[in-house]
Design a protein around this ligand. Structure first.
Ligand SMILES: NC(=O)C1=CN([C@@H]2O[C@H](COP(=O)(O)OP(=O)(O)OC[C@H]3O[C@@H](n4cnc5c(N)ncnc54)[C@H](OP(=O)(O)O)[C@@H]3O)[C@@H](O)[C@H]2O)C=CC1
Ligand SMILES: CC(=O)N[C@@H](CCC(=O)OP(=O)(O)O)C(=O)O
Length: 307
């Protein structure tokens, strides 16, 4: 049987390169490689997009939308890493551990929207709590999310790695101050919430890694822990630490270089925080995208990196 043909549109970008690195080590898929000087040539991309069985879109939103319009056949299946299609009802949300229905939808899907990095942290904590009735869908959620600077792609990497950079980059930077971060719609849509959370993203002077913390006043930490542990039992890509966490502090880069996400539940009977620890380029982007490809192709669920 011939191997599935894979094309990565945006392979020279941060997310695309990481997908390429994971797939380059494998012999169960065939990578279709566009000439470097034609990687932004629409007609050449059209050929590759239509020749592939699976396409990864690792592009800015507008370019991802355009790429989908270039697909002129019923065969090519798409995994879009951008924000463009995550709340589009014609697309399936690519977070398989949320429910059996999510996994089944991905397996049969022609169009998978890969989750946003901050959104992955929030949704992995909140979806099970709402779905299982521990927290109501009209709860006033608040969330802060620490991320490494590779989350901002090539432009932000260059900004942080510039020898002449502003010394303020040495400290953490709070952004998204208009409280309309681009991941809020998918957080609300996927979890079925009545309002978006108050969300405070923070970028730090480290390359990759994330710690997304959801605050739950008035909620018992033991109930939250047991609910999440039961929801994610037997999952390889999402694990739940013992109540109180693995140590008495949390470093945002704990899961850097790995492709799974670990949930840490802390608190007591009256207050809880849940922190999702993962790599923005792992379960937050490229690792998740490769996991989705495996599910779509019925291949073993390994991404080649440590989980
Ligand atoms: N970085 C991260 O942690 C995450 C990123 N994402 C999303 O993934 C997508 C890619 O992000 P990221 O890899 O960080 O971004 P980068 O800026 O690092 O890479 C984007 C790539 O797309 C290329 N590109 C831009 N326009 C076109 C076009 N019209 N045709 C072909 N190629 C084009 C760029 O070319 P050039 O090299 O010339 O600039 C670049 O190589 C974005 O939608 C982003 O929001 C999602 C989750 C996490
Ligand atoms: C540090 C930083 O700027 N991070 C980006 C999120 C990266 C990501 O997940 O982007 P997509 O939604 O396109 O997938 C941000 O907060 O906008």
């Amino acid at each position: 049987m011939s191997k599935p043909k894979i094309y990565i549109d945006g392979k020279e970008g941060t997310t695309g390169l990481q997908i390429y690195e994971r797939l380059g080590k494998r012999d169960d898929v065939e990578l279709l490689l566009i000439d470097e000087d034609k990687r932004k040539d629409t007609e050449e991309r059209r050929k590759f997009l239509n020749a592939a069985d699976i396409v990864f879109l690792c592009l800015p939103d507008a370019a991802a939308k355009e790429a989908v319009t270039l697909i002129e056949n019923d065969h090519t299946r798409v995994i879009d890493a951008s924000t463009a299609h995550r709340t589009d009802p014609d697309w399936d949300y690519g977070f398989a551990e949320l429910s059996k229905a999510h996994r089944a939808a991905i397996a049969g899907s022609k169009r998978v929207a890969n989750p946003g990095c901050h959104a992955s942290g929030f949704i992995s904590s909140v979806y099970p709590l709402v779905a299982r009735g521990v927290v109501p869908e009209d709860f006033a959620f608040t969330c802060s999310s620490l991320t490494g600077y590779s989350g901002g792609g090539k432009k932000m990497i260059a900004e942080y790695e510039d020898a002449e950079r502003d010394s303020r980059h040495d400290s953490e930077r709070i952004y998204g101050l208009n409280l309309h971060h681009k991941h809020l719609p998918e957080m609300e849509y996927v979890c079925g919430l009545m309002h978006a959370p108050v969300f405070v993203p923070i970028v730090g002077d480290f390359y990759k890694g994330m710690a997304t913390t959801v605050m739950l006043p008035g909620v018992d930490a033991h109930i939250v822990h047991d609910t999440l542990a039961e929801h994610y039992a037997n999952q390889n890509f999402v694990t739940v630490a013992p109540t109180g966490g693995d140590e008495n502090v949390i470093y945002a880069n704990t899961m850097a270089g790995r492709d799974s996400l670990r949930l840490i539940v802390c608190g007591h009977e009256e207050q809880t925080i849940v922190t999702a620890l993962f790599d923005n380029l792992g379960k937050g982007a490229s690792g998740a995208a490769v996991q989705n490809m495996n599910i779509m192709l019925g291949l073993e669920e390994t991404t080649g990196l440590t989980l």
